[in-house]
Write a protein that binds this ligand. Sequence first.
Ligand code: NAP
Length: 250
Amino acid sequence: MSERKSVLVTGGSRGIGAAISRLAARRGWRVAVNYHVNSQAADEMVAEIAAAGGEAFAIQGDASSETDIVFMFAEIDRRFGRLDALVNNAGVVDRKARLDQMDAGRIERMLRINVLGPMLCAREAVKRMSPVHGGHGGSIVNVSSVAALLGSAGEYVDYAGAKGAIESFTRGLAREVAMEGIRVNCVRPGTIDTEIHASGGQPDRAARVAPLIPMQRPGTAEEVAEAVLYLLSDAASYSTGAILDVTGGR
Ligand code: NAP
C-alpha cells in the first residue's frame, strides 16, 4: 500500500472541484477526479496534475446514483488501495423559479444530487475509514452554500433546502464518527465565479450579486479550495462538525 494519502473529489473536473483537485495534488494527495459528462475537462485536470508530478485518475460516475457511487469507491480501492479523504463537491442548481412553478422531478433531482449523493458517498467513505470496518480514520468535507442561510427565495429554494440538509448532516455525522478518527466538516461558499451560474440560466449572476457582498466581489474557486484543503488537513485536527464560511462576509 502506498504511503501517499488519497482523496476523492466529486465533480472534481471543473469549477470549485477542479481547484480542489489541483490544490490537493499540489499538497501531496493522490486524487480521484470524479466527473459526470465532460470527460475532456476531467482528462485535462488529470494531465495537468501528472505534468506537475502528482498522481490522479479520472473517474466517470453520476454522484447521485448509488450504483455509480459504489462502483467509484471500488475503483478507488483498486487503483489507490486506500481512501483517506472525501470531498463532496458535486452539486447543481436549476433555473430561477418560485416553488409554485417547480415540479416534483426538478425538486427530486436537486435532492438527489445535492443531498442523497453526498450522503451515500460519505457512507462509502466511512466504510473504508472507520476502525469499525478495519480503516484508520480520515476526513470528509462537504460543500454547502450560503444559500443554506439565505434561502434563495424566488430563485431556487429547492437548492437552498438541499444545502441546509447537508449542513445538518455534517454536524450529525461528525458526532457519529468523532471517536473513530473521522472528521466531517463543511465549507459554505458564497457567490463564486464558476460556470454553475450559466448552467442555471444566469451567466451574469456572479457579477450581478457582487454589490450585495460586503467585499463587493465574487469569490474564486481557488479561495474555496484553500478552505477545503485546510479542513482536510491535520492542521484542522480539532475541528469536526464545523462549517467554514467563504463568502466575502455575506
Ligand atoms: P460547476 O462549475 O457547475 O462544476 C460542477 C462539477 O460537478 C463538474 O465537475 C461536473 O461534472 C460535476 N457534476 C455535476 N453533476 C454531477 C453528477 N451528477 N455527478 C458527478 N459530477 C457531477 O459547479 P461549481 O460552481 O464548481 O460548484 C461546486 C459546488 O460548490 C457545488 O456543490 C455547488 O452547489 C457549490 N457552490 C457553488 C457556488 C458558486 O457560486 N459557484 C456557491 C456556493 C456553493 P461534468 O462537467 O462532467 O458535468
